[in-house]
Design a protein. Sequence first.
Length: 154
Amino acid sequence: MTLYLVRHAKAGSRRNWDGEDTMRPLSKKGWAQAEALADRLISAMPTALRSSPYVRCRQTLEPLAARLGIDVVDEEALREGASFGETFRLLADLPDGAVCCSHGDVIPETIAGLHRRGMRVDAEPLWTKGSVWLLERDGDEFTTADLWPPPPDS
């Protein structure tokens, strides 16, 4: 079965944001990406939505949550700086069909860690905002990873 690992959509510039970085929201283009991600992911019939507690990650999943009528649940294991071990334990425990939203440091580390554990990666590494990794599992074992490129942000 499949888990979906989403890099959050475009947010405002970190250097131009005066507040706490955890509160930095999506940009106008990011909201357009979030809507496009919802359009694409809705057909997968997601079973759960998990997010880094950072606002931009939660907002990336909000359009999908509204369409599904389910809540986005914050997970510390998806926050910036989370270790592979933390993220792996979360992913291993999630129900099939779960959608997770995380950051540009966590996702590459997670894909590399799963690859070291024997998962085949069927796509060139891409960590662009709004990209989606499809992680296939067979029981407790992650078997393959493929990638959806980010949606247009127009």
